[in-house]
Design a protein. Structure first.
Length: 331
């Protein structure tokens, strides 16, 4: 597959803090930098509480960033936006949510759920055009026009997620943030939804930020994968590099936890078991946030936050082990 190189989204040093009490601040996202290229799927992975969903929600402006830049198709959308700018952004950027049970209004018919964006953006000139667009969307996601007059409770989890996808597609967006879109679905249905998203991407040239808590979930859909830990990006590279040649000890440990189908390899391969739990983002460790669980932690890891840098071509990592300057000083 040819590498996609045209940047659709640039996220620079993005921070999102929440005041949780008078003196405590939860640093959910604390200085994250990455690009998303046109037409690609960037998988964003990490344990729950690592900040991946907050990153997605801050990019799409469900939250206002505390600091940093979000540049979408050359335009800064991270600062104050007026109503028109917000509306424009919501046409070009859409979100698919994790829970297809909670994200659809149970009192609305499917046709009105799907047409919400069409109405907001005045994309249909007549009721006939509106319903035709709804039918088209239902058919695009593998449902049919008879489903338009039903309510969400009449559908299975997989079908509801298809409705969520149809709702997102109805405004003809360029970029979709899919926040754990398959985690709540049965394993047998997960592949169907992933396949549908891939087909739609090919047909409509969509770009995805695909958020998941598990590396195995994004393996088949992602061109590149970013791994987050405790509000920071730990590693970002092509899927082949992340799965075949991971640099960060955290990525290595996540990969070593995925079972391998071949029993011979499964018996002999080395597992990296992490000690302890993820520390609180209210009082994160100094220096490298992973140091309390890292099997390779050095003295410097407690003192200096590792630099987010391109250790190999198109392979970004935040770890002193791969920083040439630090390595030479510590030999
Ligand atoms: Fe481990 Fe240090 Fe690298 Fe952090 S910077 S991942 S603690 S070796």
């Amino acid at each position: 597959m040819a590498a996609k190189t045209e940047k659709l989204l640039q996220v620079k040093n993005l921070k999102k803090y929440f005041n949780v009490s008078r003196k405590d601040v939860l640093k959910a996202v604390d200085g994250v930098t990455f690009d998303v290229y046109k037409g690609e799927t960037l998988g964003l992975v990490g344990e729950s509480g690592c900040g991946k969903s907050t990153t997605g929600r801050t990019i799409i402006r469900l939250y206002d960033p505390t600091e940093g830049e979000v540049i979408f198709d050359g335009q800064d959308v991270g600062g104050k936006l007026n109503r028109n700018e917000k509306k424009n952004l919501s046409k070009r950027m859409q979100m698919i949510f994790q829970d297809p049970y909670a994200s659809l209004n149970p009192r609305m018919m499917v046709k009105d759920i799907i047409a919400e964006g069409i109405d907001i953006h005045h994309l249909a000139k007549s009721p006939k055009e509106r319903i035709e667009r709804v039918y088209e969307m239902l058919e695009t996601v593998g449902l049919n026009r008879e489903h338009a007059n039903r309510y969400p409770h009449e559908f299975s989890g997989g079908q509801r997620q298809r409705i969520g996808i149809a709702r997102a597609l109805a405004v003809d967006p360029d970029f979709i943030i899919a926040d754990e879109p398959i985690s709540a679905l049965d394993v047998s249905i997960q592949a169907q939804v992933v396949n549908l998203m891939q087909e739609l991407q090919e047909k409509q040239g969509l770009t995805y930020l695909f958020i998941a808590h598990d590396l195995s979930m994004v393996k088949h859909i992602s061109d590149r994968v970013g791994v987050m830990y405790l509000g920071n990006m730990a590693e970002l590279a092509s899927s082949d590099d992340v799965y075949g040649h991971p640099l960060h000890p955290y990525t290595q440990s996540l990969l070593s936890a995925i079972p391998v189908a071949d029993p011979k390899i499964e018996r002999t391969r080395e597992r990296i078991i992490l000690e302890g739990d993820v520390p609180s983002p209210i009082d994160p460790p100094s220096g490298c946030r992973f140091r309390t669980r890292c099997p390779f932690a050095m003295d410097i890891c407690a003192k200096v936050r590792p630099k987010w840098h391109e250790a190999e071509k198109n392979h970004w990592v935040a770890c002193h082990l791969h920083d040439e300057e630090i390595k030479t000083e510590n030999v």
